[in-house]
Design a protein around this ligand. Structure first.
Ligand SMILES: Nc1ncnc2c1ncn2[C@@H]1O[C@H](COP(=O)(O)OP(=O)(O)O)[C@@H](O)[C@H]1O
Ligand SMILES: [Mg+2]
Length: 295
């Protein structure tokens, strides 16, 4: 396999069973992420984006398919063999309020993953490294001994980012990292993620439903609809020349406030066209690098 591929997802399936029902959250997804690139994953709520992200880091065992990371097949590895990959692959979640343990100081929140992976055993080295990271994410050394409740949402997300980067990962799954933040700080956090990517040579999977932000940050974008990828293309190509009817619907949809999350969600009018034999079209390349799953 080509050495410039960081993540290679092949026919990934994750089905949840609830009693007699099978929910096909992810149902045959294939894509590759190149080293150093940002791959955006978009689609409305419930389309399976987070489930893909969780399968990549094996927070979930999957129903079928394979995930290769830097040439290694992670699908069959046990916990012990996965440990180095659990350092190299980190995640930043949407909600900076529930993802940080309220009883831990910033120093320990950021130091904990380092402890797990045996980085910096000496307390003063550990502290200096954490203080340096705090500055890189726009916080200060004096924040080391403070607790999550003393920070705003945007600052908490900066702490989460420092925590993820503390173990020097290669690949970061950013699962809607700005969706829960005030609009005024969203761009700052995105710009910071881009700066950190350049500085540390990171590869990102950037999950989002805010389409303008994902266009800005992503090199390539995959569009998910009901557990499947319906279109993959370079960012500008996808926005300038969307081919799948669902992508077109997504791009023309208007954000509406979602009372459950106080965020905006998208109102999309689209139903997948049904075929006589019920077959789901596979992704095929219609122009260089532009894939669409359509009849
Ligand atoms: N742990 C789980 N158990 C059962 N169903 C789940 C679980 N996680 C996700 N799902 C379901 O899988 C589908 C896809 O969810 P998710 O991946 O969170 O979508 P997205 O991130 O695109 O909003 C949804 O119908 C969701 O309810
Ligand atoms: Mg999600």
């Amino acid at each position: 396999m080509s050495g410039n591929i960081m993540v290679d997802v092949r026919n990934l399936k994750k089905h949840f069973t609830k009693g007699p029902e099978v929910l096909k959250a992810v149902d045959g997804v294939s894509f590759q992420i190149r080293k150093g690139e940002t791959f955006g994953l978009v689609g409305e709520s419930g389309s399976g984006k987070s489930t893909v992200g969780r399968c990549l880091i094996r927070l979930y065992d999957y129903t079928d398919g394979e995930v290769y990371f830097d040439g290694q097949n992670l699908s069959k590895l046990g916990d012990k063999q996965l440990k180095p990959f659990r350092r190299r692959i980190q995640t930043i979640f949407q909600d900076p309020y529930s993802s940080l343990n309220p009883g831990m100081s910033v120093l320990d929140l950021i130091g904990e993953p380092m402890d797990i992976h045996g980085i910096y055993k000496k307390a003063d080295e550990r502290k200096e490294f954490v203080a340096g990271l705090l500055e890189k994410v726009g916080l200060k050394r004096e924040h080391l001994y403070r607790y999550p409740h003393e920070f705003s949402g945007g600052q908490r997300q900066r702490i989460s980012i420092a925590r993820a980067l503390s173990v020097r990962p290669d690949f970061v799954v950013c699962d809607e990292p700005i969706s829960a933040l005030d609009v005024s700080v969203q761009a700052q956090v995105v710009n910071m993620l881009e700066d950190l990517q350049a500085e540390f040579g990171l590869t990102y999977l950037f999950i989002a439903h805010d389409l303008s932000m994902v266009r800005h940050i992503s090199d390539r974008i995959g569009v998910m609809y009901r557990g499947r990828l319906v279109e993959v293309a370079e960012s500008d190509e996808l926005y300038d020349n969307p081919l799948h009817p669902y992508t077109k619907a997504l791009l023309s949809s208007i954000p509406i406030p979602d009372p459950r999350t106080a965020n905006e969600r998208l109102a999309i009018k689209y139903e997948v066209p049904t075929t006589n034999d019920g077959a789901v079209p596979e992704l095929r390349e219609v122009s260089p690098g532009h894939f669409v799953a359509d009849h």
